[in-house]
Design a protein around this ligand. Structure first.
Ligand code: SAM
Ligand code: DTB
Ligand code: SF4
Length: 351
């Protein structure tokens, strides 16, 4: 279990506004109108950040981070695949697409009680948010009562709830909101220009439409992307700009390093450059000062030093648990040792 004992926290200006003001959900209407005239971030500003010398970029990101968060606290989420494989979409990175033969065993949706038993264990291990993922293009309406029961049950344990189920209709969003869903994960994954190199069974606009639906229903948005799809720095800049210029930026921004899965179109290729990955985290932190930036998939292949630099660059959330959805994560015992070495503490729940 991750140590929860907290020394006296350093003085953080909790009420300090970020250098670039990020609106709250209640500012939505006013800021959307403003945004029509002027996006929060212009492309040349974002490109300039990527072009900064590494030390300057990291210093700026760490400064923004300290203005908004306790730099030694990391939010801890745990993932569970509640419906695995057989997905109708053709995302070129994914183990769970029915379009590729990766050797993964597909399975039906898990029973509610089994999900709740797993969630209980995650809570004991130190998670404050439980993220349930379903390999769907979109869930069926007949699945919704069970999904709602999972949300309610996890919430009753005192954890935040997150789901990622693909595209949602208005009524499905309403059902999840009513059940008490705190976050919905729906990644844009890359830039709009690069999107059809990665997936062709849906459009970028489909993604943005679901994000907007979730936001309008008052559910917090979790949206980020993957580094290592063959995109270039310009695509990374565009992806982060898309997120940061949403009427309200996502409260959670997962940055995944591609896990190459054999049998997928992206199964073979060069490793992502570590410095490029860390720079992407830093730019995400600067563009979205008050969001949780999650160092997501790929940590099992990262050295402790690389993860330390990601935390320095402003990452302040991880997935804890030996498994992500279908692939291996860094082990819980390794993460406990890493937290101890770096003096990191799990972030307490705000509720
Ligand atoms: N089907 C839903 C969807 O696409 O939103 C939910 C599950 S999907 C697995 C959630 C996210 O996991 C993807 O958007 C992608 O960012 C990330 N992901 C999936 N496979 C990955 C991989 N091999 N490496 C890194 N990230 C991955
Ligand atoms: C996110 O951005 N990353 C998580 C979560 N959101 C759902 C998923 C990572 C999946 C990695 C591949 C797998 O385990 O199947
Ligand atoms: Fe399906 Fe999601 Fe995998 Fe795409 S990323 S194939 S939508 S499970």
């Amino acid at each position: 279990m991750l140590a929860k004992k907290r020394p006296v926290p350093p003085k953080i200006k909790k009420d300090a506004r970020p250098m670039t003001v990020q609106p709250s959900a209640s500012d939505l209407t006013a800021s959307s109108e403003k945004n029509l005239a002027a996006p929060r971030w212009r492309r040349e500003e974002v490109v300039r950040l990527f072009e900064l010398p590494f030390n300057d970029l990291l210093f700026q990101a760490q400064t923004v981070h300290r203005e908004n968060f306790d730099p030694n606290e990391v939010q801890v989420s745990t993932l569970l695949s509640i419906k695995t494989g057989g997905c109708a979409e053709n995302c070129g990175y994914c183990n769970q697409s029915a379009h590729f033969d990766t050797g993964l065993d597909a399975s039906k949706m898990m029973e509610v009680e089994r999900v709740l038993a797993e969630a209980r264990q995650a809570k004991e291990a130190g998670a404050t948010r439980y993220c349930m993922g379903g390999a769907w293009r979109s869930p069926k309406d007949r699945d919704m009562p069970m999904l709602a029961a999972m949300v309610t049950g996890v919430r009753e344990m005192g954890m935040e709830t997150c789901m990622t189920l693909g595209m949602l209709s208005d009524s499905q969003v309403a059902t999840l909101k009513e059940a008490g869903l705190d976050y919905y994960n729906h990644n844009v994954d890359t830039s709009e220009a690069y999107y059809d190199k990665v997936v062709t069974t849906r459009t970028y606009q489909d993604r943005l439409d679901t994000i907007e639906r979730v936001r309008e229903a008052g559910i917090h948005v979790c949206s980020g992307g993957i580094i290592g799809l063959g995109e270039d720095e310009g695509d990374r800049a565009d992806m982060l700009m898309t997120l940061a210029n949403l009427p309200v930026p996502p409260e959670s921004v997962p940055i995944n390093m591609l896990i190459r899965v054999k049998g997928t179109p992206l199964g073979e290729g060069d490793n992502v450059d570590s410095i490029e990955f860390i720079k992407t985290i830093a730019v995400a932190r600067i563009l979205m000062p008050t969001s949780m930036v999650r160092l997501s998939a790929g940590r099992q292949a990262m050295s402790d030093e690389m993860q330390a630099l990601c935390f320095m660059a402003g990452a302040n959330s991880i997935f804890l648990g030996d498994k992500l959805l279908t692939t291996d994560n860094a082990s819980v015992s390794h993460d406990e040792a890493l937290f101890a070495k770096l003096g990191l503490r799990p972030m307490p729940l705000a509720r």
